[in-house]
Write a protein that binds this ligand. Sequence first.
Ligand SMILES: Nc1ncnc2c1ncn2[C@@H]1O[C@H](COP(=O)(O)OP(=O)(O)OP(=O)(O)O)[C@@H](O)[C@H]1O
Ligand SMILES: [Mg+2]
Length: 266
Amino acid sequence: MRQTKIEDFLELEEHNKELEQRVKEEVFKNREKDKLMFQQAKLASMGEMLGNISHQWRQPLMEISSIFLPIEAKLNMDIPLDNKEVLDSIEKLNDITKYMSNTIDDFKNFFLKDKEKIHFEILEQINSTVNIISSSLKVHDIKLDIIIQKNTVMLGYKNEYSQVLINIINNARDILVQRKIQNPKIKITITENKNDIITKIEDNAGGIKITPIEKVFDPFFTYEKINGSGIGLFMSKLIIENNMNGKLEVSNNKEGAIFTVIIPKS
Ligand SMILES: Nc1ncnc2c1ncn2[C@@H]1O[C@H](COP(=O)(O)OP(=O)(O)OP(=O)(O)O)[C@@H](O)[C@H]1O
Ligand SMILES: [Mg+2]
C-alpha cells in the first residue's frame, strides 16, 4: 500500500515535470508568434505612414508649383522680373522645403527602433505626432482639440507612444469619414495623477459597435472597414502593455469611442 503511494507520487511528479516543460514550450512559441505579429504590424503601419506622408506632401508640392508658375509665365513672355519678386519666391520655397524635410525627419524618427526608455516632453511629442496626421484630418474637415493639463515629462519610448496615438487617431478618422458624421471631432486630453500619465482620445463617430468591446484588440479583428487589416489596436496594446508597463483601455460614451492610454510615471 505504502509502496504504491510513493510510486503514484513519483509518477505524478514526473507528469508535472512534463507539463511544466510543455507549458514552457508553449509560452516560448507564443512569444515567437507575438514577435512575428509585431513585425507584420510594423510593416502595415509603415504602409499607413507612407500614406500619411504623401498626404502631408501633396499640399506643399502644390504650393511650390504655384510659386513657379508666374515666374515661368513672365520669362516666357519676356516680361522683366524684378529682384524682389524672385527673392520673395525663393524665401517661400525655402520655408516649404524646410517643412517638407521636417516631415521626413518625423517620419524617420518614427521608425527608428527605440532602444531605451527616455524622458520626453508630452507637448513636443504630441506636436510632432499631429504634424504627421494633420493634413489627412484637414482633408476631411475633422476638428482636432488637444487639451494638456500640464506639460509633463513621460518616461518611455516616444516614437512608439506616437505610433499608438496615430493608430487610434487614424481609426477615429476612418470611422468618422465612413459614417459621414456631421461636425466630426477628435479630442485628445492629457492629465496626470500621482502615479500615471493618462492620454484620452475621444471621437464623436457614434462608438464601437462590437461586443465585448475588448475584441477590438484581437489580432486581425477588423469590422466595418474596407481596407482594415485588424492589426493597429492589437499592436498598440502590445506596445503600451508589454513594452511600457501601461494600460490601453476602450469604452464608449454617448458621442463615440474613448481610448485611454495609462502610462506609469516610473
Ligand atoms: N474610434 C472608433 N470608433 C468605432 N470603431 C472603432 C474605432 N476604433 C476602432 N474601431 C473598430 O475596431 C476595429 C479594429 O481596429 P484596428 O485598428 O485594430 O484594425 P483596423 O483599423 O480595422 O485595421 P488596421 O488598423 O490594421 O488598418 C476596427 O476595424 C473598427 O471596427
Ligand atoms: Mg486601425
